[in-house]
Design a binder for this molecule. Structure first.
Ligand code: SF4
Length: 476
């Protein structure tokens, strides 16, 4: 799948003498959520932060000599994928640090505030000066301007003002806070590593750090972690409609993670099973578009009683930049990442399972490659419904006009990508796979255009885009 991009990962550690190393490893485990830049900030007993930020992958930007300098037993880290704000500005790399009357504070954010532009305009009119173009800085300014006497009270006040998606880790001189917006769009979990407490976007980071999974931070909850590892929970907001991002189980989260209380691998397999039932076609073999399509393809093959084979091999060593030979090699970018296995495909009726379809151009190239490798028939199956709307909650989506399913019928899409047949998981099928009793807890905005209420009031007030949907925020 290509087109929807990851949307940042956060890590926080309290009460471990190797905080920086743990954060570094945690960011490694969350690398799939953002590869553009990473940052770590630690605190060593006093009140001053030490930090380092670098573009690119965590493993490239944080050599041992840097990690060694990041002393302290508490800290936070961030993997960035640019959702708002310019992508090549160092000042947009998190964590952000700032001074307040209550001392220095560092913050790392996964999500997107839907009313940030309105608050920012108000603050600028009152004289505030912004360093970055990130909406996270809006949160910082509100926190710094608050007259409340404790950081916790200020957090509650700011949570009452901002709208949209935020899973945050916040470090002060003597506390680590982790909080989630009242809809719970983005995941956030914490665990224990002896007396230390580790917070992370996904449970897969806890596994790498040998931290025992404790629980998710609830929507609208703030947890306050003391230097002795004591955790206190605060629930300042009344229960709201939940808005878990359904794209996390479809694509973003790692299959070995537990997110929104569910094993991602199990959910993806179930999506494949329902997809097989809904879009049956006679075929010889099922193959996956690796990596995210693999659990869905497995579920599909099991349910359809058709053998699963490895028909596409991913090259794990493709870097972010490479020298293109020339226009003469067709579909070069896709070929660099994926290779067809001729012996699986030649003369076969092939079902290809992928997680989703955004612009359709990558699918078209993959199908062309499979056809060239000898596939007799190609039946593309997608483990999620057609994507018809953009996201406003921290996922980097193309403009609506570039979403193939926003302006084309299934038959038109099939024709464009060159499949013999095309089938999507239905909306009801997605709800069934997520669990009928839990399906109402999710946001399906990019599949339906219905976003969790209240949160979307601000975005609906923005200008209409070319495709007739709500206007897109700058930076998308
Ligand atoms: S609109 Fe789509 S991508 Fe955005 S939060 Fe909702 S389900 Fe997730």
């Amino acid at each position: 799948m290509a087109g929807f991009r990851e949307e940042c990962g956060v890590v926080g550690v309290m009460a471990d003498p190797e905080a920086a190393r743990l954060i570094y490893l945690g960011l490694h485990a969350l690398q799939h959520r953002g590869q553009e830049a990473a940052g770590i900030v630690t605190l060593n007993g006093g009140e001053e932060f030490t930090g380092h930020k670098a573009f690119g992958l965590v493993g490239d930007g944080f050599p041992t000599e840097i990690i060694t300098k990041l002393e302290g037993s508490s800290g936070i880290g961030h993997n960035r994928y640019s959702t708002t704000g310019g992508s090549r500005l160092t000042q947009n790399i998190q964590p952000f640090t700032f001074n307040t009357a209550l001392g220095n504070i560092a913050i790392a954010h996964n999500g997107n505030l839907t009313n940030a532009h309105l608050i920012r305009a108000e603050l600028e009119a009152k004289g505030s000066i912004f360093q970055s173009t990130s909406d996270t800085e809006v949160f910082m300014h509100l926190l710094a301007r608050s007259k409340k006497e404790s950081v916790l009270e200020r957090l509650v006040e700011v949570m009452g003002e901002v709208k949209g998606a935020y899973s945050l880790v916040i470090l002060t001189k003597d506390r680590l806070y982790a909080l989630r917006d009242p809809f719970g769009f983005r995941p956030l979990v914490y665990g224990r590593r002896g007396t230390a407490v580790v917070v992370a976007s996904e449970s897969c980071a806890l596994g790498l750090l040998d931290a025992d999974f404790e629980r998710e931070i609830n929507p609208g909850e703030i947890i306050e972690i003391l230097p002795d590892g004591l955790v206190t929970s605060h629930h300042p907001f009344p229960h709201a409609r939940k808005g878990f991002c359904s794209f996390e189980p479809v694509y973003f989260a790692r299959p070995d993670s537990k997110v929104f209380g569910e094993e991602i691998y199990t959910l993806r397999k179930r999506m494949g099973e329902v997809l097989a039932r809904e879009t049956h076609v006679d075929a010889d073999v099922v193959i996956a578009v690796p990596d995210s399509g693999i659990p869905m393809a497995l579920g599909y093959a099991n349910a359809a009683g058709i053998p699963l084979e490895i028909g596409l091999v991913r090259n794990p060593y493709v870097g972010r930049t490479f020298i293109e030979p020339s226009q003469s090699i067709r579909d070069f970018g896709v070929k660099l990442k994926l290779s067809p296995v001729g012996s699986v495909l030649r003369g076969k009726r092939v079902i290809v399972v992928d997680d989703s379809l955004v612009r359709g151009t990558t699918s078209m190239k993959i199908l062309r490659m499979l056809r060239k490798a000898g596939a007799k028939e190609i039946h593309l199956r997608l483990g999620s419904p057609p994507i018809t709307h953009s996201c406003y909650f921290g996922v980097d989506t193309p403009e609506r006009s570039q979403l193939l399913a926003a302006t084309n019928t299934v038959e038109e899409i099939r024709d464009f990508i060159g499949a013999d047949t095309l089938g999507f998981l239905s909306r009801e099928g997605l709800r069934e796979a997520l669990g009928k009793d839990k399906a109402n807890n999710y946001c399906y905005g990019c599949f339906t255009g219905d976003y969790p209420e209240d949160t979307c009031r601000e975005i609906k007030a923005q200008p209409t885009d070319a495709a007739g949907g709500p206007g897109l925020k700058a930076g998308f």
